[in-house]
Design a protein around this ligand. Structure first.
Ligand SMILES: [Zn+2]
Length: 90
């Protein structure tokens, strides 16, 4: 078994192991994240806007936090695209 950093898995590259016979094994954590990402891409999640003082607050669902590896205190870029809000991890 050889450890490989970038195996193709459902359109993403994740780490895993490759056997001499050609069989591949994916690291479960990476595979889970890809499956979660692909699931989230097919749906829209509902969230409620709150307010703290003069700012509107958007709470992100936990699944999105985990799928995109978001961490509290990190910066994100916010832009408007076709009347939608786009948030991109910095
Ligand atoms: Zn094998």
């Amino acid at each position: 078994m050889e450890h490989v950093k970038a195996l193709d898995f459902n359109g993403y590259r994740i780490a895993g192991w490759k056997c001499a016979c050609g069989e591949k094994y994916y690291e479960p954590e990476g595979a889970q994240k890809v499956l979660l990402l692909n699931k989230l891409k097919k749906q829209s999640l509902k969230a409620k806007l709150g307010r703290i003082k003069s700012n509107l607050i958007l709470r992100l669902p936990t699944d999105i936090e985990h799928a995109l590896n978001l961490k509290q205190g990190e910066d994100v870029f916010i832009s408007i695209e076709n009347d939608a809000i786009k948030v991109v991890p910095a």
